[in-house]
Ligand binder design. Structure first.
Ligand SMILES: [Cu+2]
Length: 68
C-alpha cells in the first residue's frame, strides 16, 4: 500500500532525516521519502505488517503532526 501524508512541520534536511529514520525503523516499511518543498511524506508499506495509524503515531512521537 502506498500513501502520501501532508506534514506541515517539515522545514529542512534535519526533518527529512528524522522522519525517514523514525518511519523507516517500523516493520513493513518498503520506502519512505520526505519532500521538503512539498512538505509531504511518501510511504510504501505492507499493511499486513504496519497500519497507517501506527505510522501517523510514529510521526507524532517524532514531533511531526500529520495534517488531516
Ligand atoms: Cu527541519
Amino acid at each position: 500500500m502506498n500513501t502520501t501524508l501532508n506534514v506541515p512541520g517539515i522545514s529542512c534536511d534535519h526533518c527529512k532525516k528524522t522522519i525517514e529514520g523514525a518511519v523507516g525503523q517500523l516493520d513493513g516499511i518498503g520506502m519512505v521519502e520526505v519532500d521538503i518543498d512539498q512538505r509531504t511524506v511518501a510511504i510504501d508499506f505492507d499493511d499486513n505488517a504496519v497500519t497507517l495509524p501506527e505510522i501517523v503515531a510514529t510521526l507524532d512521537e517524532a514531533g511531526y503532526e500529520v495534517a488531516r
